[in-house]
Design a protein around this ligand. Structure first.
Ligand SMILES: Nc1ncnc2c1ncn2[C@@H]1O[C@H](COP(=O)(O)OP(=O)(O)OP(=O)(O)O)[C@@H](O)[C@H]1O
Ligand SMILES: [Mg+2]
Length: 318
């Protein structure tokens, strides 16, 4: 049986009688990377702050490795490494000196070997003896992660860690979170970008207006989709919709699932049929403006949630 590292149970935060987070519950297993996904203001940071004990919860429970945060706060906190606000460093000191300083303040002894290990893990070896004031945002972020995992926590919590990172930085982060996961460390990571979460996480918890509205297992959904065929968006010239539909009708592997904005057809089909479909469309004289795979039911769920949001904004504006 795999071990539960984090459990939150009906976690609620009320401010000025308003529920900022309302009855949020989920669990995380050892070695799992869990995404907390939601638009701005959904309550992600507030949830995280309650878990790490930066703010008081109004009600509900937090358990870290089975321990109750209310009863064994210190023991719980020693199991967590987190970057919630931007981590503060001594700018005039090297990254290495910063880590050493931090290691000295830690409750348990942290060896030099451990410091070197985390530096290597976050790929800062080449720059670790440079002063932090010379670091780029991405390097500071790596140093932040290094610092957060120095004391070998069971649970790493990162609030919007990809903010400001370039694509390579994001990929590197993904890589070392996976590496941590392989070593049994669980990571809770928040973001408002679904595409990132899909690549990074095992499961995603979707939050909206303080409530958890969905929990999805990325791998299971991907497998289910693979079996049922993928969703492909076909964009054609407006006047060629009829032609395109005819060409598609002759294809037994392809089903038309929806028409979007007039000239986009959403199709379900096995992945390997795509090139042949493209050929037949062109042969039928259809001008194809785009043929791209669409990810997932999860994306649909998330879009439904965000479009609700934009409907509301429109209502507010009128
Ligand atoms: N100290 C506070 N006082 C009043 N309202 C607050 C406070 N902190 C947060 N809120 C409100 O709670 C809601 C949730 O905020 P939170 O920062 O948790 O959202 P988030 O999901 O992290 O958003 P973002 O993606 O913008 O970081 C927001 O509407 C915010 O305005
Ligand atoms: Mg936030």
């Amino acid at each position: 049986m795999s071990q539960t590292v984090l459990e939150i149970n009906e976690l609620t935060k009320q401010l000025n009688r308003k529920n900022i987070v309302h009855n949020a519950s989920f669990q995380m297993k050892k070695g799992e990377i869990l995404g907390l996904l939601g638009p701005n203001g959904a309550g992600k940071t507030t949830t995280i702050r309650m878990i790490v004990g930066l703010i008081k919860k109004t009600s509900g429970k937090v358990y870290i490795n089975g321990r109750d945060l209310d009863e064994e706060g210190l023991a719980c906190k020693s199991e967590i490494g987190a970057i919630v606000e931007n981590p503060a460093f001594y700018d005039h000191m090297s990254g290495y000196k910063n880590l050493e300083q931090y290691a000295r303040m830690a409750k348990n002894t942290i060896s030099k070997k451990r410091v070197d290990e985390v530096v290597e893990l976050v790929k800062l070896t080449g720059a670790i003896h440079d002063k932090v004031k010379k670091y780029s945002l991405g390097m500071k972020q790596r140093l932040g992660v290094a610092q957060a995992i120095l004391h070998e926590p069971a649970l790493l919590i990162l609030d919007e860690p990809t903010n400001g990172l370039d694509p390579k930085g994001i990929r590197d982060l993904r890589d070392y979170l996976k590496q941590l996961a392989d070593n049994g460390i669980s990571t809770l990571v928040s973001s408002h970008l679904l595409s990132e979460m899909q690549l990074m996480c095992d499961r995603v918890v979707i939050m909206e207006k303080g409530k958890i509205i969905n929990i999805s297992n990325i791998h299971e959904e991907e497998e289910a989709e693979g079996a049922a065929g993928q969703l492909v968006a076909l964009r054609v010239a407006d006047s060629h919709i009829g032609l395109a539909e005819e060409a598609i009708a002759g294809f037994k592997e392809v089903t038309l699932s929806q028409r979007e904005n007039g000239s986009v057809l959403l199709l379900k089909m096995p992945h390997d049929v795509l090139p042949e479909l493209n050929r037949r469309l062109v042969q039928a004289g259809v001008d194809v403006f785009g043929l791209e795979s669409r990810r997932s039911t999860l994306e649909d769920k998330f879009l439904a949630l965000t479009s609700e949001k934009s409907d509301e904004l429109q209502k507010e504006a009128t």
